[in-house]
Ligand binder design. Structure first.
Ligand SMILES: *Cc1c(COP(=O)(O)O)cnc(C)c1O
Length: 499
C-alpha cells in the first residue's frame, strides 16, 4: 500500500455511512480507519460493519461515530508479524492497525500480505538442474567425485576467465584452503576486509594467524585503498609483512582492484579474493574472481547461483589448484594404500551438487540481469526519498547487485534502521542490516583495525545505517512494487522520528 493509499483509509468520525461505502469501494482494502483530528484511532470500519448498521436501520446519512461497536484490535510499533497474525486468528479479523506510543495510527497490516513472504535472496532454479542431477543418479555418480565436478570446474573457470578451479563443499572451505595454500600459519598477520560475513575472517583465526582488519571506502563499500595504504605502511614500519590479504567483493561488486593490487604488489602481499558475493560482476571488463592470486566463490542458498551448499577455489597457478584438490580429499598421497604426509580435509563438492551448479551457471547471466533490474526499480521508485544513499557502482565496475543496499544518511541512523526493519518484518518482508564489521564483533575484540581516515570509521557507519533489501531474481514485479510502496511509507515513518 502506497503512502497515498494509506492516507486515503483515514476518515473523520463525522463521515456518513454513504461516504464511507464509496471510500471503501475506492480504496479496496476492506477497511477504513476512523481517526480524530490528531490521528488517534477511534475505531475501524469494515464492509461488514456497514452492512450490519444498514440492516439494523441506520440512515445512510448517519455518522460513523454514531455506530455501535467496540474499540479496534491494534498493536504497537514493537509488534512482530507473529503477534499480528496471532491477533488476527484469535479475533477472526483481517486487518490490524498499528499505533505509535501516543495512540496515533501509523500503519495497517493486512492478512493478504502475511500469506506471502518476500525473501532477501531465495534460490532460483533454472530448467536444467533437475535433469543434470538425474544424470548423476542414473550414472550412479553419487560419490563426491565424478564427471559433473570436473565439468563444473571447467565451466566456471571458463566463465571467470581463469586457468583452474577446484570445487569445494562451501565457500568457507575454499577460503580455508586458499589461506593454507598461500602459506598462512600460526602467528602470521593476515589483512582482511572488516565489512564482511564472518566466514571471510574465521579461517584466518582457525589457522592460528592474526587478522588485521581494514575499513571500507564510502562509495562502493569494499576495502578502502586509503586504509590499506596506511595499514601496509604502519605494519611495514613495525617490520611486519602480512602473509596474505583477504579482499572481499561486497554485495555483488568488485573491490577497487585497480588501486588495491598495486599496493599489495608493492608490499609483496598475495591476495585471496573473496568473490563469494560477486560471481558475475566485472571490473574494466574483467571478471570478479580473476584478480587475486587465488579467489573463491560460494554457492550457498542465498548467493546469486546456488548448489544448496558449495564453493570453488580458482586461480592461474595449476600447482596451487591441484594442491587444493589434494588437501580437500584428505591429502591422500599417490599410493595404492592410504598414505598421508600432509594435514588434509574433507572439503570436496559432491557430484550431485555439481550437477545443480552446472545448470545454475547456464542461467547466471539472466540472474545478473534480473538483480540489476531490481536495483534499478528500487532506485527509480525511491529516488525522491531524502536521507537515503545507495551503494555506488564506481566507474568501470559492472556489479550484479546481488543485494540492493543503501544507508540511511540521517542522525540516529541505527535506531531508524531498526525501526524500518521492524516495519518491513511486520509486513512479511525480509530485509537485513548491512554486515556488522569484524572489528566490532565480540569474536574479534582487540583485533587491529585501520579506518578509512583518522577518526572516520566508514564500515561502522555503513553497518549502523545500512539496509539490504529483498533482491532475489525470482521476485516478481508485483512483489517488487509492494516492497517499494512499503519502503516509501516505512521510510517516511522512520525519517519523521516517530517510533
Ligand atoms: C557467503 C560468504 C562466504 C562463505 O561462503 P559459504 O559457501 O557460505 O561457506 C564467504 N565470504 C563472503 C563474503 C560470503 O558472503
Amino acid at each position: 500500500m502506497s503512502p497515498q493509499r494509506f492516507e486515503s483509509l483515514l476518515v473523520a468520525p463525522d463521515t456518513s455511512l454513504l461516504q464511507a461505502m464509496s471510500r471503501l469501494d475506492a480504496t479496496a482494502q476492506g477497511v477504513l480507519l476512523v481517526v480524530d483530528a490528531s490521528r488517534r484511532l477511534l475505531r475501524t470500519i469494515t464492509d461488514g460493519d456497514l452492512r450490519r448498521a444498514t440492516l439494523a436501520g441506520a440512515s445512510p446519512r448517519a455518522a460513523l461515530g454514531s455506530l455501535p461497536g467496540g474499540p479496534a484490535q491494534t498493536v504497537g510499533l514493537g509488534a512482530s508479524m507473529h503477534d499480528v497474525l496471532q491477533l488476527m486468528d484469535a479475533r477472526r479479523i483481517d486487518h490490524v492497525p498499528v499505533l505509535d506510543d501516543d495512540g496515533r495510527v501509523v500503519d495497517l497490516v493486512t492478512r493478504r500480505e502475511l500469506s506471502r513472504r518476500t525473501y532477501l535472496s531465495a534460490p532460483h532454479l533454472g530448467d536444467d538442474e533437475a535433469s543434470l542431477v538425474r544424470e548423476a543418479f542414473e550414472s550412479n555418480w553419487i560419490a563426491p567425485l565424478g564427471p559433473h565436478v570436473d565439468a563444473f570446474e571447467r565451466e566456471l573457470a571458463d566463465y571467470v576467465g581463469v586457468g583452474h578451479a577446484a570445487a569445494t563443499s562451501s565457500g568457507t572451505a575454499a577460503l580455508h584452503l586458499g589461506l593454507r595454500l598461500l602459506g598462512v600459519g600460526p602467528g602470521d598477520a593476515v589483512l582482511c576486509s572488516s565489512l564482511t560475513f564472518v566466514a571471510s575472517a574465521n579461517p584466518i583465526r582457525q589457522l592460528g594467524a592474526v587478522p588485521v582488519f581494514v575499513d571500507s571506502e564510502p562509495e562502493g563499500w569494499s576495502m578502502s585503498p586509503e586504509a590499506l595504504r596506511t595499514a601496509l605502511s604502519q605494519l611495514g614500519a613495525e617490520g611486519l609483512r602480512p602473509k596474505a590479504a583477504v579482499v572481499v567483493n561486497l554485495y555483488g561488486q568488485s573491490a577497487r582492484m585497480d588501486e588495491l593490487i598495486p599496493l599489495l604488489d608493492e608490499a609483496g602481499v598475495p591476495m585471496l579474493e573473496d568473490a563469494a558475493e560477486s560471481l558475475g560482476a566485472t571490473l574494466g571488463g574483467r571478471a570478479s574472481g580473476s584478480f587475486g592470486r587465488l579467489a573463491l566463490f560460494s554457492f550457498n542458498g542465498n548467493k546469486i547461483i546456488t548448489t544448496s551448499g558449495g564453493g570453488m577455489l580458482v586461480g592461474e597457478d595449476p600447482g596451487l589448484i591441484a594442491h587444493a584438490r589434494k588437501l580437500s580429499t584428505q591429502a591422500r598421497e599417490p599410493a595404492r594404500h592410504y598414505e598421508h604426509v600432509e594435514d588434509g580435509y574433507n572439503y570436496r563438492l559432491s557430484n550431485v551438487l555439481a550437477g545443480i551448479g552446472r545448470g545454475q551457471l547456464r542461467v547466471l547471466d539472466q540472474r545478473v540481469r534480473r538483480r540489476r533490474e531490481i536495483f534499478a526499480f528500487y532506485a527509480r521508485e525511491l529516488a525522491a526519498v531524502q536521507g537515503l544513499r545507495w551503494m555506488v557502482e564506481p566507474q568501470g565496475h559492472v556489479g550484479t547487485r546481488w543485494l540492493s543496499a543503501f544507508t540511511l544518511d540521517l542522525p540516529e541512523a541505527s535506531r531508524r534502521r531498526d525501526a524500518l526493519l521492524d516495519f518491513l518484518e511486520r509486513h512479511n518482508v525480509e530485509a537485513r542490516p548491512v554486515w556488522k564489521p569484524m572489528h566490532l564483533q565480540p569474536l574479534y575484540a582487540g583485533s587491529r583495525y585501520f579506518p578509512h581516515a583518522p577518526g572516520e570509521d566508514v564500515s561502522r557507519a555503513l553497518f549502523e545505517g545500512g539496509v539490504c533489501l529483498p533482491s532475489g531474481s525470482n521476485m516478481d514485479d508485483t512483489q517488487l512494487a509492494h516492497v517499494c510502496e512499503l519502503l516509501l511509507r516505512g521510510l517516511q515513518l522512520v525519517a519523521g522520528g516517530s517510533r
